[in-house]
Design a protein around this ligand. Structure first.
Ligand code: NAD
Length: 263
């Protein structure tokens, strides 16, 4: 079991389709004890039965848009765990009007600010809040997307926020390395979740992905979860500041085989 005796906090589990749900399943299977945060009361109903499935009854409200909510959440967590071994940041958001149309036309100052605040700064904020409670050999993990390094239609300002998140991963890794805390990101291929449905024509992105990826398909939340479990385990003790792609190879193929072969 990769994560025996590890206590991991998981954020961003909105429903069974969430990437965080696949991560929780893998981590639970690998022996981790889990705690969960949820954005607001409305999401608690979905989370409760899933958390139970993953052996946890530690459910704490945490809206990362608010410093007060983060502070309260970690105070709450400290009543259950006096120390823990890392967290998964599986949170992203941009207003829907930012994720539809031509980048330069639709991006606003407010949309830009919100996307970066919720999707990138929150990773730093959670690292800051966790720091006093983290054990030696802890690991922090976030979820990013190819839009950080290449343009993708309609992904727009989220691409910029993910670029910030990837830099954030490297800066946090440098900042926390002396405490033996590792910080990594998984760049997941497109998966149909609540957040993903906010990107216009997301379905078409899934089809494109399958037709161009070397493995000829998309990935599952379980596949992302398995890599997450590895990266948060001591087997990954030499890996920090890295972006690991779990995307069926899509980012490695400039031109799909099918487009230049005759049959
Ligand atoms: P999801 O909708 O299941 O999860 C997004 C989560 O973010 C939700 O649980 C939501 O409650 C949370 N969230 C949003 N604003 C918040 C706030 N203010 N405070 C606390 N939580 C907040 O979708 P998902 O696809 O599982 O997204 C998880 C992460 O994976 C995101 O960072 C997303 O960008 C990233 N990602 C998704 C894909 C994909 O195709 N689905 C691909 C690569 C990366």
């Amino acid at each position: 079991m990769l994560l025996k005796n590890k206590k991991i906090l998981i954020t961003g589990l909105a429903n069974k389709y969430s990437i965080a749900s696949g991560i929780a399943a893998s981590m639970y299977r690998e022996g981790a004890k889990l705690a969960f945060t949820y954005q607001n009361e409305r999401l608690l109903k979905n989370l409760k039965p899933l958390a139970k499935e993953y052996g946890s009854d530690i459910l704490i409200e945490c809206d990362v848009a608010s410093d007060e909510s983060i502070e309260k959440a970690f105070k709450e967590l400290s009543k259950k765990w006096n120390a823990f071994d890392g967290f998964v940041h599986s949170i992203g958001f941009a207003p829907s009007d930012q994720l539809e149309g031509n980048f330069v036309d639709v991006t606003t100052r407010e949309g830009f600010k919100i996307a970066h605040d919720i999707s990138s700064y929150s990773f730093t904020a959670l690292a800051k809040a966790s720091k006093p409670m983290l054990n030696d050999s802890s690991a922090l993990l976030t979820l990013t997307y190819l839009g950080a390094v290449q343009t993708i239609p309609n992904y727009n300002v989220m691409g910029l926020a993910k670029a910030s998140l990837e830099a954030n991963t490297r800066f946090l890794a440098a900042s926390m390395g002396s405490d033996n805390v590792r910080v990594n990101a998984i760049s997941a291929g497109p998966i149909k979740t609540l957040a993903a449905s906010g990107v216009k024509n997301f379905r078409k992105m899934l089809t494109q992905h399958s037709s161009r990826a070397p493995l000829g398909r998309t990935v599952t939340t379980e596949e992302v979860g398995n890599v997450a479990a590895f990266l948060c385990s001591d087997y990954a003790s030499g890996i920090t500041g890295e972006i690991t792609y779990v995307d069926a190879g899509f980012n490695t193929a400039a031109m799909p085989l099918t487009e230049i072969t005759d049959n």
